[in-house]
Design a protein around this ligand. Structure first.
Ligand SMILES: [Zn+2]
Length: 455
């Protein structure tokens, strides 16, 4: 499909779903260059609107706003946001329905997080909220030279998404120039097959998890596959999301494919938060969000590095006000030479290997386990550990919704995915502590770490 036609098809798709994505994109293109003061005025206007709506339409927020003595019309400056208490993930989980304005717009849907945390979370969205996120993502992609409608390969692959690969989805993907390759299980044979497929499909952009792309690079290189040949077939850029992209991985992937690698950062429950420009500054979506950092121990606001707290200014359906993300970042308003006046952030910490290596030699990214554990109700947190080859331990922290055969379900699904004779055990635990960086690690595999050190 020619890009302009695919772009038109996507426009129609969005309109049919009641999403103003392209109108919002036009606004966002302009406001990225606004003087900061003008954007601050927009933020205040939007904050006032969301607080008023939250108060008028949701019992949870009415209780909070009354409880801390804020009058819903009393928001006079952006600093007034600090008078709100922090919103914890646990509260969002426990009181989700009471913080939802079900009649806020069209196509209300309850969805699950698929972000970089392994804490399961469900939240509400609607067509307005999805349109905002889609527009923000389209703008981010334009910064790195990809317009909607150009051929984009999703190196993705939740089992859920793949099972939905029915005819309608295939036709839709074909119409809008989206492709899909499963990045969840990688073997030398699959890497060779994907490479051939990409050479034929000719993506302009490959969009995927850093860990899958890194593995594609390592396995491809070991087999003598020249990934840079994709450049000759039109590849311009690689775009990553969802996991920490370390400088090392960025260089590794960019070196192998011969195109730049840019990152983005979002949390499904909070919105798209940051997207890099062509100068690799991760700009923040300031029209849609108010961002703060706090000390995760004292919960006091900090200037430098701290835990990111997000207020979403455009998601009326489920107002998210001062939400603790658990991610450690540094916010900055140092101007970027690209000319955009948006702020920026850098994400701290980095992750080591997030794979399991099966006894058959297949590398399984952490994401596969996120989807397994999320498909069983009542799993609040999980961690998969592999200390010795052939042994895989799944730790689960569960709540009352966990079914009596939940353990068996997880073992079954893990076996199905692993397709190997590894020994899988499930242990129920009270809690799973985050790593010293503050981040949860869904997979901790000594086996993978050792192999990556000496491949
Ligand atoms: Zn920039």
């Amino acid at each position: 499909m020619l890009p302009p036609l695919a772009r038109t098809a996507f426009r129609i798709h969005e309109r049919l779903l009641g999403r103003r994505s392209f109108a919002i994109l036009d606004e966002l293109r302009e406001s990225a260059a606004w003087p900061r003061q003008r954007r601050a005025e927009l933020q205040l206007e939007r904050l006032q609107a969301i607080v008023a709506a939250a108060y008028a339409h949701t019992p949870y927020w009415r209780e909070v706003i009354d409880g801390c003595g804020i009058r819903p019309q009393g928001i006079r400056s952006l600093d007034d946001l600090r008078r709100f208490p922090l919103l914890e993930k646990g509260t969002l989980r426990a009181r989700r329905d009471e913080m939802t304005w079900r009649a806020a717009g069209r196509r209300l849907a309850l969805v699950r997080t698929s972000g970089s945390t392994n804490e399961a979370l469900q939240f509400y969205t609607n067509s307005d909220r999805e349109a905002q996120i889609n527009a923000a993502r389209m703008r981010g992609h334009e910064w790195i030279g990809i317009r909607r409608g150009e051929r984009e390969m999703y190196f993705w692959g939740s089992p859920v998404e793949l099972s939905k690969q029915d005819r309608i989805k295939r036709i839709r993907d074909w119409l809008v120039n989206d492709g899909l390759t499963n990045g969840f299980a990688l073997t030398p044979e699959l890497v060779a097959r994907y490479f051939d497929y990409w050479m034929r499909w000719r993506p302009r952009c490959i969009f995927g998890y850093p860990n899958s792309l890194r593995l594609m690079t390592l396995i491809g290189r070991a087999q003598g596959i020249d990934l840079a040949a994709l450049k000759g077939r039109g590849l311009k850029v690689i775009s990553t999301t969802s996991e920490m992209l370390t400088q090392h991985d960025r260089q590794l992937i960019a070196g192998a494919f011969g195109v730049p690698v840019f990152d983005s950062y979002g949390l499904r429950e909070a919105g798209l938060i940051g997207h890099e420009c062509a100068l690799a500054t991760m700009h923040t979506m300031d029209e849609q969000l108010l961002l703060e950092t706090i000390d995760p121990r004292t919960l006091e606001p900090v200037d430098g590095e701290g835990e990111l707290v997000v207020t979403n200014l455009v998601g009326m359906v489920m107002p998210i006000i001062r939400y603790r993300t658990g991610d450690i970042v540094t916010l900055s308003d140092v101007p970027c030479p690209c000319g955009r006046t948006l702020g920026s952030l850098t994400i701290s910490g980095g992750r080591v290997a997030e794979f399991i290596v099966t006894s058959g030699g297949t590398w399984i990214p952490a994401y596969a386990f996120i989807y397994i554990c999320r498909s069983v109700p009542g799993v609040v947190k999980f961690q998969v550990r592999q200390d010795t080859p052939g042994e895989i331990r799944v730790l689960l922290a569960t709540d009352a919704n966990f079914p009596p055969d939940g353990t068996e379900q997880v073992v079954q699904k893990a076996r199905q995915r692993l397709q190997s004779d590894d020994h899988v055990t499930v242990e129920l635990v009270d809690d799973i502590e985050p790593a010293p960086s503050g981040k949860y690690r869904p997979v901790v595999s000594k086996v993978a770490e050792d192999r990556l050190k000496s491949p």
